[in-house]
Design a protein around this ligand. Structure first.
Ligand code: CA
Length: 487
C-alpha cells in the first residue's frame, strides 16, 4: 500500500513536470515596428497594410511564427534598452524600478544635456537593476526551471549587481554582461576589443561566423541539454542584433542590392535575426518539444534604422508610418513588434490545452513588455507573485476580449533624442508632458497614428484629464523627476 502511494505521488509529480511548458523569449535589440515583412499596421477597416518597409525586409520565420499564433499590433516597450529589459524581468514600470535610462558599462551618466536646465533625477538606477528585485528567471529557477540567458544582458554596469545574469537568476549565461552593443559582430575579429567586447565566446574566435549565428548555435546546445535531462526551461534569447554597429551579415547582404551600405547592413542584420528564430523553432521541433514550448517574440524599444530623417517633416522614415525613432516620445520610439505562439500548435496537447492560441490571429489592444512577467509566470504555474505593473495576457491570448486596462505610463526624465518627457496612453488617446518647457501634446492615435496634429489646444478637457491621471500614476510609482539646475 505504502509503495503504491509513493508510486502515485511520483507519477503525479512527473505528470505536473511534463505539463509545465518550456518558455522561449526571443527579444531583438532596437528592432522597429516595421522592420519586418510581417504587417503590424492595419487600416481603419482593420485590413493589414503592407508598407514600403514591410516590402524591403525579409522575415519569413516571423511570418511563420505569427501564422502559428497571435501578433500584437500595439505592444509597447520603454524608449531605450535597460529600462525595458528590467521591466521584462520584474514586471515593474521603469518609473517604479527607477532604472529609467540605459546603463553605461562604466556606470556613468550619459552626457546628453540638450535641455540646459534639466538633469537626470538624483538617485535613478544609474548602475542598473537593484539587488533586491525578485526576477522572472529567479522565480522560474526556484520553481524548477532551467534558466538560460543568451546574448545581450545590459541589466547593470561593470561591478554592479546586474552585470552578471547569474545574479538575477540565470543558471546559464551565454555572452551576457554589462555592454549594450557588440564592438564587432564578427567571430574573426573575436567580437571586437575594448569595453564593448562580447565575452564568453572564446571558442568561436577566428571562425568565419557572425555573432547572430554563434548565439543561435550556443542556445541550441543549451536547449538540447535541458531537453535531454527533461528539465523545463526558460530560454531568454536576447540578440545583440539589430543594434549598431551596422555591420552586414555576410549571409544575407546580397539580398538587398541598391540600398545605401548602412541600410543594406541593417536589412541583413534583420534577416540574420529572423534566420535565428527559424533555426531555433526547427531545433525545438527536432527535439520533439515544440508542442510544449511557448514562444514570445518582441523588441526592446523602437527602431533605430539608419534611414535619414525627412527634414521637412519631423518624421523618421525608418519607422514610417510611425513618427520618431528609438529614444523618442513618439510611437516610433516605443511601439514594438510582438508575436506569441506555441512553437508547434497542437491545441489538445499538454499545457496548450489550457492556453489555446488561435492560429494566425491578431490582437489590437494595448499591451506592454511588463505583461510578460505575470503571463509567463502563470503559464509556468508560478502563482502568488505580485504582478506589479504587468497584466496577465492569457485571456487575450485565447482570443477573448482583452482584460488588460488600456492605459500605460512611460517616464523618461533624462536627456537623449527627445529630452525629459512622460507619456500617458489611454485607449486611442495619447498625452505627452514635455518637462523641458511644461508643454503638453495630445494625439488621437485612432485617426492620427503619425502624431501629426497636436490636439492639446482643441481638446483641453481631454488633455487636462490625462495630465492629471499621468501625475497621479507617477506619484503612485514613486517616480523620480528631472532635476532642475541653473543653466
Ligand atoms: Ca535596445
Amino acid at each position: 500500500m505504502m509503495k503504491a502511494v509513493v508510486l502515485l505521488t511520483t507519477l503525479l509529480v512527473a505528470v505536473a513536470a511534463a505539463e509545465r511548458p518550456n518558455l522561449l523569449v526571443f527579444i531583438v535589440d532596437d528592432m522597429g515596428w516595421q522592420d519586418t515583412s510581417l504587417p503590424f499596421y492595419h487600416d481603419a477597416a482593420g485590413q493589414p497594410v503592407t508598407t514600403a518597409l514591410n516590402r524591403r525586409y525579409r522575415t519569413p520565420h516571423m511570418e511563420s511564427l505569427a501564422a502559428r499564433g497571435m501578433r500584437f499590433t500595439r505592444a509597447y516597450a520603454h524608449p531605450v534598452c535597460t529600462p525595458s529589459r528590467i521591466t521584462l524581468m520584474t514586471g515593474k514600470n521603469p518609473a517604479r524600478h527607477r532604472v529609467t535610462n540605459w546603463t553605461s558599462p562604466a556606470g556613468v551618466e550619459n552626457g546628453d544635456n540638450d535641455v540646459k536646465h534639466l538633469r537626470s533625477p538624483e538617485g535613478w538606477g544609474r548602475t542598473g537593476i537593484a539587488a533586491g528585485e525578485k526576477t522572472l528567471p529567479a522565480l522560474l529557477q526556484a520553481a524548477g526551471y532551467r534558466t538560460i540567458h543568451c546574448g545581450k544582458a545590459h541589466f547593470g554596469s561593470r561591478g554592479a549587481f546586474g552585470q552578471d545574469p547569474a545574479k538575477i537568476g540565470f543558471d546559464v549565461n551565454i555572452a551576457g554582461n554589462e555592454i549594450g552593443h557588440p564592438a564587432s559582430y564578427f567571430a574573426k575579429e573575436s567580437f571586437g576589443k575594448g569595453s564593448n567586447h562580447v565575452t564568453g565566446l572564446e571558442k568561436w574566435h577566428g571562425q568565419d561566423l557572425f555573432l547572430t549565428e554563434v548565439l543561435t548555435r550556443e542556445l541550441s546546445g543549451a536547449i538540447e541539454a535541458a531537453a535531454k535531462e527533461k528539465q523545463p526551461f526558460f530560454a531568454y534569447m536576447a540578440h545583440y542584433a539589430v543594434h549598431s554597429p551596422f555591420q552586414a551579415d555576410p549571409r544575407f547582404a546580397k539580398n538587398y542590392p541598391g540600398l545605401p551600405k548602412p541600410q543594406q547592413a541593417y536589412a541583413s542584420l534583420i534577416e540574420g535575426m529572423d534566420r535565428s528564430l527559424g533555426d531555433l523553432l526547427a531545433k525545438l521541433d527536432a527535439l520533439g518539444i515544440a508542442e510544449n514550448t511557448f514562444v514570445v517574440f518582441l523588441s526592446d524599444n523602437g527602431g533605430d534604422a539608419p534611414i535619414p530623417n525627412d527634414k521637412a517633416k519631423p518624421v523618421v522614415a525608418g519607422n514610417a508610418p510611425l513618427r520618431g525613432k528609438k529614444g523618442m516620445r513618439y510611437e516610433g520610439g516605443i511601439r514594438v513588434p510582438m508575436i506569441a505562439a506555441w512553437a508547434k500548435p497542437a491545441p489538445e496537447h499538454g499545457a496548450q490545452a489550457t492556453l489555446k492560441v488561435p492560429a494566425n490571429s491578431r490582437h489590437d489592444g494595448l499591451v506592454s513588455i511588463a505583461d510578460l512577467f505575470p503571463t509567463l509566470l502563470e503559464l509556468a504555474g508560478v502563482s502568488g507573485v505580485p504582478p506589479f505593473d504587468g497584466h496577465d495576457l492569457r485571456p487575450a491570448l485565447k482570443g477573448g476580449p482583452s482584460t488588460r486596462p488600456q492605459r500605460l505610463v512611460t517616464h523618461y526624465p533624462h536627456g537623449h533624442n527627445n529630452d525629459h518627457f512622460s507619456i500617458y496612453h489611454e485607449d486611442h488617446w495619447k498625452f505627452i508632458r514635455n518637462h523641458a518647457d511644461g508643454s503638453g501634446e495630445l494625439y488621437d492615435l485612432s485617426k492620427d497614428l503619425a502624431e501629426s496634429k497636436n490636439l492639446a489646444t482643441e481638446r483641453p478637457d481631454v488633455a487636462a484629464a490625462m495630465s492629471e491621471k499621468l501625475e497621479r500614476q507617477l506619484e503612485g510609482y514613486g517616480a523620480l523627476r528631472s532635476k532642475r539646475v541653473d543653466p
